[in-house]
Design a protein around this ligand. Structure first.
Ligand SMILES: [Zn+2]
Length: 416
């Protein structure tokens, strides 16, 4: 991002002395539809008014001319790992086993800043991958204004069935630290869910399937009863469970158990997607993660035909769209570079989703699915989390990369 240098200064300045700011872009995407010629008035940390520019009072406000831009709600990343960095820099196993926690946290502070500067003012961070509860402290440091970053919904350690996750392929004679917390059966699972919530989890993440043991194929891990139990315990605290699920059977169990969203869903079928639709479970497709991993394994995108994994993903994503499954925008960013979150938005369009629906997914839909009632729309009374981008992303999704202004809670993060 080009805006690092002005970041510190603009954080200090905030919105200067003006209590109110009027933003005048070419158009406003309000979280649902595009409104040509609208403007927005912000007062303190909230959106005060939104509507046709002529009807938005300008007295006593600092005017920000955003000609040539589209103003949108701050984007909501649905699946991030701020404590990971791209696997082509350092393989996942080595991040978990060879990087000091202090290094991982130091990196995460940089990732948080890059994410915010790219216009993503909220992330749902789905697991620290071996960094224990470090997402909780990271979130608090951001909330206290110590470092710049997005608002965070955190999952802490995440839950795995014993033997089902990684790092793996070591001698069976040694115990290797895992990328998430192992727990099984009635008492252990209740304790683990409660402990993670107690230490700060806003959402509980479980792995409903994985490449279990030494076989290459993913298989369902937790039983349906185990998943139901975790959902019941989390629900008692008002929290949702989100499930990593790539196999049809893992997805089926997670849906029936009452999980709120399914992550990945690569081997979903029309029947499974119909069940998701019926039960109101959303899919977070993480297209960009599969795309990135395929390239890390040697696929030369654009020069070689798409590998089977990518072709299958196009097919199943299309099936989910056809059935009308709610799609959460979430790229599994961390597998690829933080700040490059827009890669998923572009791929959603490339894989067949309508651009306006993609923008809704990254704003109002994610806010609704994640229960974030104070954001995700440009509407009076909501948090003034806003991003202006040059151009119109409905005509060309790449416009979301041309960030002109980011505002979080009424404070300018970048200046126009
Ligand atoms: Zn993930």
């Amino acid at each position: 991002m080009k805006s690092y240098l002005i970041l510190a200064l603009s954080l200090l300045i905030g919105v200067a002395k003006a209590q109110s700011v009027v933003l005048r872009p070419d158009r406003v995407f309000d979280g649902e539809v595009m409104r040509e010629g609208w403007a927005v008035r912000v007062s303190n940390d909230r959106i005060e008014a939104v509507g046709p520019a002529a009807e938005i009072r300008a007295e006593g406000a600092q005017l920000i001319d955003l000609r040539g831009t589209t103003l949108m709600p701050g984007l909501i990343e649905g699946h991030s790992h701020l404590l990971l960095h791209p696997y082509n820099e350092t393989p996942w196993d080595d991040q978990v086993l060879r990087e000091a926690r202090s290094e991982r946290v130091a990196r995460a502070t940089v990732h948080a800043r890059k994410t915010l500067l790219a216009g993503f003012t909220t992330v749902r961070d789905l697991g620290t991958e071996g960094a224990d509860y470090d997402d909780v402290g990271l979130k608090q440091a951001i909330d206290k204004g110590i470092i710049p970053g997005p608002r965070m919904v955190v999952a802490t350690r995440a839950l795995i069935a014993t033997g089902s996750y990684g790092p793996k392929s070591f001698s069976p004679d040694i115990e290797v630290p895992q990328g998430a917390e192992e727990a099984n059966g009635h008492d252990q699972l209740i304790q683990a869910v409660r402990r993670q919530i107690g230490k700060g989890a806003d959402v509980v993440k479980v792995y409903a399937d994985y490449r279990w043991g030494l076989m290459a194929d993913a298989r369902p891990t937790f039983t349906l009863d185990e998943l139901k139990l975790m959902v019941e315990v989390a629900a008692s605290s008002g929290r949702a469970v989100v499930a990593h699920a790539g196999t049809a059977e893992g997805m089926r169990r997670a849906i029936l158990a009452g999980c709120r969203t399914l992550e990945h869903g690569d081997a979903g079928t029309p029947e499974i997607f119909a069940l998701m639709k019926e039960r109101g479970v959303a899919l977070c497709p993480t297209l960009a993660a599969g795309d990135a991993v395929s390239q890390y394994r040697g696929w030369r995108k654009g020069q070689e035909p798409e590998p089977e994994r990518i072709r299958n993903k196009r097919t199943t994503f299309r099936q989910a769209l056809d059935v009308g499954v709610t799609i959460c925008f979430g790229g599994d960013v961390g597998v690829f570079a933080h700040g490059d979150n827009a890669r998923e938005l572009e791929m959603m369009v490339d894989y067949g989703m309508a651009p306006l629906a993609v923008l809704r997914s990254a704003t109002s839909v994610n806010a609704d699915v994640f229960g974030l009632t104070d954001r995700g729309r440009v509407k009076a009374g909501l948090l003034a989390d806003l991003v202006a981008v040059t151009g119109n992303p409905v005509q060309e999704m790449g416009a979301v990369r041309r960030v002109k202004l980011v505002m979080k809670g009424g404070k300018l993060v970048t200046t126009p």
